[in-house]
Write a new protein. Structure first.
Length: 101
């Protein structure tokens, strides 16, 4: 499997998230466009985030969204490039570049 497809396979397999993402307590549901997934994070293990997958362009980009009070919409955009790097953007204010190998 080419590198980008390997990374994409990890990002779209909810059952494997705990193995490589220490911030995730659990994630349930299909990670497919239009689906809603349930995510529990170490930030607040008593809260379940209901995230809708609003964009999906395999094997390079997906966006999850969560509505907050007062109509604020949070988004996590994940992009994969040919170097196997994943760029995560949480709203416009936060950027993380992390190599996945």
């Amino acid at each position: 499997m080419p590198p980008v497809e390997r990374v994409w396979a990890l990002l779209t397999d909810a059952s494997s998230y705990r193995a490589w993402n220490r911030a995730v307590v659990s994630i349930q549901g299909p990670i497919t466009k239009g689906a809603t997934i349930s995510l529990v994070s170490i930030v607040d293990p008593k809260r379940t985030f209901k995230l809708k997958v609003t964009e999906m362009t395999p094997p390079n980009r997906m966006v999850w969204g969560d509505s907050m009070p007062l109509g604020v919409l949070q988004k996590l955009a994940l992009s994969v490039d040919s170097s196997e790097a994943v760029q995560a953007k949480w709203n416009p204010q936060w950027n993380v570049l992390q190599a996945v190998r």
